[in-house]
Design a protein around this ligand. Structure first.
Ligand code: FES
Ligand SMILES: [Fe+2]
Length: 408
């Protein structure tokens, strides 16, 4: 009886009411956080592509007349079928891409030397067994191999005047990107981008892509991978899982802690000095327990292209992913950043690949807001702790013969 009375008093106490309200509130907040997280997750998961446009027309004021030299991605392979033509706008100008019957891609100046029609709306034809790009206007045909006009349909001998040919750009196709050689002083390519067998031979499966359109100098995108300090100041914590914890529990406390076991960024030595290698090894703990270890080794090929090998250990499971990234130079201060990821074929690897892509997509948004209004200083105040950024800037100089730098 005595016990019953005490319990009764307890039930009536204000303390008990408060406790019930708190537990109920926490429960509602948790369910809300979980549902919101799942909703966002499913939205991302169902999307094939994630896209974001950060561009601001006012940033165009910083446009320069030159671009760093190197192989620049201009399109994705799947955008150009056999026997098709694709018009791309890069380096502040148009280029016409065409894929011949053997699958080889050619890049040419798009304006017909006869009277200036745009070849982007032309067609691919065979003339005398040779693949040609045919102008839509008076149907002059230019040989894909060398750009020379070999057919004028309305003259008696079908011959074009001497010298009527299109300017061809050096063009390669690597890891499902189409790249064009860009050089401010018109020098021929002095290096190439390596093919990833796993990615090209379908040893790994495609796991999705995202792209960002952004107004900024390409150097800033490259430097980001060498900027150790910003990992904590901008990205703070691995956003995806940490966000989950914070949403679930409705608190701002950082439960997931990210540390680095290793962080290096160095130029490769000659004759591969066009390459730079960045390695970082993050380690994640949650409530003090080791949750995940990873290693990301990225290889930069000049200013516009990189590939990366990502290895993760998570709760005893191992995953390996490949990343191919290109920065398509629309003009010197506007780039489309494209990330494509590949994983092993099993379902778990595919899911993990998807999660990683979502994590990268979410993380780069933080950078994007800053790059959008950022300039590239001529003399930044790097600290001695920022050796990797100094390495990056020194390495980048070899590509950059800009004559009109708007930096300070
Ligand atoms: S403008 Fe191209 S054939 Fe006349
Ligand atoms: Fe970043």
């Amino acid at each position: 009886m005595l016990k019953f009375v005490q319990l009764d008093e307890l039930f009536r106490s204000r303390f008990f009411d408060l406790a019930i309200i708190c537990i109920f509130g926490l429960l509602v907040r948790s369910v809300y956080g979980l549902l919101k997280f799942l909703y966002t997750g499913i939205q991302y998961f169902l999307l094939d592509d994630f896209s974001k446009d950060f561009t601001d027309p006012e940033s165009d004021l910083l446009t320069k007349s030159s671009h760093p030299n190197g192989w620049a991605p201009v399109a994705l392979s799947e955008q150009l079928g056999v026997g098709k033509i694709l018009k791309v706008h890069v380096f502040g100008q148009d280029i016409a891409l065409m894929r011949d019957s053997s699958g080889t891609v050619h890049a040419v100046d798009p304006y017909c030397p006869h009277n200036g029609a745009h070849l982007g709306s032309g067609e691919v034809v065979k003339i005398g067994g040779e693949d040609c790009i045919r102008c839509p206007f008076h149907k002059w045909s230019f040989r894909a191999e060398d750009g020379v006009c070999i057919d004028v349909p309305y003259t008696r001998d079908r011959k074009a005047p001497k010298g009527s040919s299109l300017k061809k750009w050096h063009c390669i196709e690597v890891n499902h990107f189409i790249l064009v050689w860009l050089h401010n002083r018109a020098q021929d390519p002095s290096w190439f981008v390596e093919h990833l067998d796993d990615v090209e031979s379908h040893g790994m499966v495609y796991g999705g892509k995202f792209d960002y359109l952004i107004n900024c100098d390409v150097y800033l995108i490259t430097e980001n991978t060498a900027d150790y300090a910003h990992f904590s100041t901008v990205h703070g914590k691995p956003s995806f899982l940490d966000e989950f914890c914070r949403k679930l529990l409705g608190r701002e406390k950082n439960f997931l802690v990210q540390t680095f076991n290793n962080f290096t960024w160095e130029a490769a030595s000659k004759p591969e000095s066009h390459k730079a290698v960045g390695i970082y090894e993050p380690c994640y703990t949650i409530f003090g327990f080791s949750l995940m270890k990873g290693q990301m080794k990225s290889i930069h090929y000049g200013p516009y292209f990189l590939t990366a090998n990502l290895k993760f250990w998570i709760l005893g499971l191992n995953f390996e992913l490949k990343l191919v990234a290109g920065y398509i130079p629309i003009h010197s201060n506007k780039h489309k950043i494209v990330y494509r990821m590949y994983s092993d074929k099993d379902l778990l690897s595919r899911l993990f690949c998807r999660l990683t892509l979502m994590g990268l997509f979410s993380n780069i948004q933080y950078d994007g807001h800053i790059w959008q209004n950022m300039i590239r200083l001529k003399r930044p105040l790097y600290l001695k702790e920022e050796k990797t950024m100094i390495n990056c800037r020194r390495w980048f100089l070899q590509f950059d013969d800009s004559t009109n730098n708007n930096g300070n």
